[in-house]
Design a protein around this ligand. Structure first.
Ligand code: NDP
Length: 434
């Protein structure tokens, strides 16, 4: 903490991982004494830069850009960019740290990174978004490359922004190789990449339930967020026969006891992706109840999929979900449950999957996009989806292998942290002290 003051999110992520690792390392001394943990909490490189751009009123605006290149132990740096006013060093360091373990869990050769800016895309014109992206890319391009660092999207960075960023980097570098994943299809993107994080989270929840002889079929589900991850989690839940009764944004929650339908989801996607509107606008369009300023966790459901942002589900929320009979919680977002909430779920016997396991489908499919780009091929939808499902099942199996407790139950937190660590640590040990 003394070396990294005022970085609460980073401390939280590290504490959660290290609580799993200490007992494991005590039993597996081959991982002790190489400075592995000390090295893992120090990103290999942090780049911080000025992003200046001109808004529609001809005013000069200045934002801060970041890229945290956390670990290259098992492959090129890989992780998304986030554009949100809450972005700072602590948030990005926690995300890059988590990304390193998550990417290892996919079994694909990808290191860990994260980046972004405190730029707020809300209310900006298309031209402003493009000028900001170009200003950001004019520095980022020095640090990325298909075998060095391959960014992707995250909060506030979707297909539109990735199109602008990758187009400008292509112009500056005069190279057309894969410097971004999550690209629009026309620029070499992969089918299923937009769907992958949401689909993967639901595949993972279905695996967890399957392991205790249950399934999503007929279950009521609360989802938070209404962006990329939430939208496709809603779609896959419906496909598997579950009933999604909520969605949200940072202003409030829509509660629809009758559940989403494909028609309602199409309206949500139109409101969010084309009109850049609010969940309140969606609630008005479909005539559903809007709960201003509230989160979805007080509503009785069997499954909760938090898909918005970090620390959006606290201990009180967890206790409400437990009291109302929730049996499974899978994180679609990164670290949406506070540490106290995660502990409450495990203590109550609720199946709880940390994001580094359950939301790894996005980066896994980014890895598949990199493979397709390198081979100059485009796989059909079914092929990518089949591989995504296989990878999620593999992550689930790894969590069971490393997270099984003496009483036979599974701590997915321990399983994900240990399985990810073993892969990264073995690579670090093989490479010597670098
Ligand atoms: P989007 O920008 O598409 O959507 C983000 C959603 O979260 C919006 O509904 C947004 O509401 C809400 N949100 C953002 N900040 C807050 C906040 N402070 N409080 C409450 N709600 C908030 O992002 P994604 O769907 O891509 O990302 C969502 C989460 O999933 C993030 O944690 C991200 O790191 C994680 N993730 C994403 C992956 C991907 O492939 N996209 C991969 C793996 C993880 P509002 O409009 O009000 O801000």
């Amino acid at each position: 903490a003394a070396r990294n003051p005022l970085q609460p999110e980073f401390h939280q992520a590290v504490t959660e991982v290290f609580e799993s690792l200490w007992p494991f390392i005590a039993k597996n001394p081959r991982y002790a004494g190489h400075g592995l943990l000390e090295r893992l909490v120090e990103p290999e490189r942090i780049i911080i830069f000025r992003v200046s751009w001109v808004d529609d009123n001809h005013q000069v605006r200045v934002n801060r850009g970041f890229r945290i290149q956390h670990s290259m132990a098992i492959g090129p740096y890989k992780g998304g960019l986030r554009f949100h006013p809450s972005v700072n060093l602590s948030v990005l360091k926690f995300l890059a740290f988590e990304q390193t373990f998550k990417n290892a869990l996919t079994t694909l050769p990808m290191g860990g990174a994260k980046g972004g800016s405190d730029f707020d895309p809300k209310g900006k014109s298309n031209g402003e978004i493009m000028r900001f992206c170009q200003a950001f890319a004019s520095e980022l391009f020095r640090h990325v490359g298909a075998d060095t660092d391959v960014p992707a999207g995250d909060i506030g960075v979707g297909a539109r922004e990735i199109g602008f960023l990758s187009g400008y980097i292509k112009k500056l570098s005069n190279r057309a190789d894969c410097v971004f994943t999550g690209k629009p299809l026309q620029l070499g993107g992969s089918l299923i990449r937009p769907e992958a994080t949401g689909y993967g989270t639901v595949y993972f929840a279905e695996e967890m339930l399957g392991a205790v002889k249950k399934s999503l079929q007929g279950m009521k589900v609360a989802i938070s967020g209404s962006g990329n991850v939430a939208q496709y989690a809603i779609e896959k839940c419906m496909a598997l026969g579950a009933e999604v009764v909520t969605a949200s944004d940072s202003s409030g929650t829509v509660y629809d006891p009758e559940g989403f339908t494909p028609e309602k989801l199409a309206i949500l996607m139109e409101v969010k992706n084309q009109q850049y509107g609010r969940i309140k606008d969606y609630a008005e369009r479909v005539g559903a109840r809007y709960l201003e300023g509230q989160r979805p966790w007080q509503i009785p459901v069997e499954v909760a999929l938090p898909c918005a942002t970090q620390n959006e589900l606290d201990e009180q929320d967890a206790l409400a979900l437990i009291k109302n009979g929730a049996v499974c919680v899978a994180e679609g977002a990164n670290m949406p449950a506070t540490m106290e909430a995660a502990k409450a779920f495990e203590a109550a016997g609720v199946l709880f999957a940390p994001g580094k396991a359950s939301n790894a489908g996005g980066v896994a499919t980014s890895g598949l996009e990199m493979s397709q780009n390198a081979a100059r091929l485009a796989w059909p939808r079914q092929e990518v989806d089949r591989r995504l499902l296989e990878i999620m099942r593999g992550i689930h199996a790894a969590c069971i292998e490393y997270g099984r407790k003496p009483d036979g139950s599974v701590s997915y937190i321990n399983g994900a942290n240990i399985a990810g660590f073993v892969k990264v640590a073995d690579a670090m040990l093989a490479q010597g002290v670098v």
